[in-house]
Design a protein around this ligand. Structure first.
Ligand code: F6R
Length: 267
């Protein structure tokens, strides 16, 4: 069992867990997921991409290979996708295949990732809108998300809900913030190659999950984590930091490594 170095109840239903390393944090989150994945009710998972959940997915693959879990009855919904072809090596479709789906027994038809390739066609707003609506309906038809895994962007985004996104937003097309696009140069190599738009679940879609676990690792996340967990934001969520709307939810765990927690006020 991975043990946190500190835990704190921030608000009723909102807890903070700090671990020494991302590895320990990821093991703890996997421990939380095992009973859900094995439960008698077919589980519905909301998944994130990006660097943060990679170790969690590696841990889930390990547990699958050890026979602890099977994904045969699991349905997944990913948070978002770039305006990109599915087959592009940097699409979130490819990311999920490489980092999780190709290594476990999830049926292909149980995997849902927004279709960002629709954004590549011109004058396609209506098809995009219909796709976003049907994504919402499909989540609802599965009884909603049992658990949503989140990372957080340096802008305070969850999914691609960039600043300005409020708690009523649903799955939709969105412009990606410049800071987020700059962070993606790491993968794409140059700003011109980073997509400008994406399809993302909305803040309200995320808040519809029964449980949410937000992960943040590394010192680059320390400033946004300290802004997010400030007294002001905890009492008054703001569209300037969309992740702050999580504070209106009744079952959220924020899971950090020591570096992401380094700017939090010590008690
Ligand atoms: C990815 C997603 C984003 C990322 C966030 C952090 O599906 O929805 O919100 O979670 O940008 O990205 P990393 O983990 O790369 O720091």
């Amino acid at each position: 069992m991975a043990q946190p170095i500190s835990t704190k109840l921030l608000l009723p239903g909102l807890s903070l867990f700090v671990f020494e390393t991302p590895e320990q944090a990821s093991v703890w989150v996997a421990d939380q997921m095992v009973p859900l994945i094995n439960s008698s009710k077919p589980p519905v998972l909301g998944l994130a991409t990006g660097s943060t959940p990679i170790k969690l997915y590696a841990e889930l693959i390990k547990r699958y290979k050890e026979g602890q879990i099977s994904f045969k009855r699991t349905t997944t919904f990913n948070l978002d996708e770039y305006a990109i072809e599915h087959s592009h090596p940097l699409s979130y479709h490819s990311f999920m295949d490489t980092n999780l789906f190709n290594h476990v027994d999830i049926p292909r038809e149980s995997i849902n990732v927004p279709n960002g390739s629709l954004l590549l066609k011109e004058n396609n707003d209506q098809e995009v809108e219909e796709h976003c609506k049907s994504y919402e309906l499909k989540i609802a038809s599965h009884g909603g998300l049992d658990l949503q895994i989140l990372g957080i962007g340096r802008t305070g985004h969850i999914g691609f809900n960039e600043p300005g996104s409020d708690e009523k937003t649903k799955t939709r097309k969105i412009e990606i913030h410049t800071v987020t696009r700059q962070d993606a140069i790491r993968e794409f190599g140059s700003i011109d190659l980073v997509p400008k738009t994406s399809i993302t679940m909305g803040v309200s879609t995320i808040l519809g999950a029964k449980r949410v676990i937000l992960l943040a690792f590394g010192s680059s996340k320390a400033p946004i984590i300290s802004q997010l967990l400030s007294e002001e934001r905890l009492t008054t969520p703001s569209p300037q930091i969309p992740a702050s709307y999580l504070f209106g939810h009744s079952n959220v765990q924020i899971v950090l490594d020591r570096q992401a927690a380094e700017q939090l006020e010590k008690e």
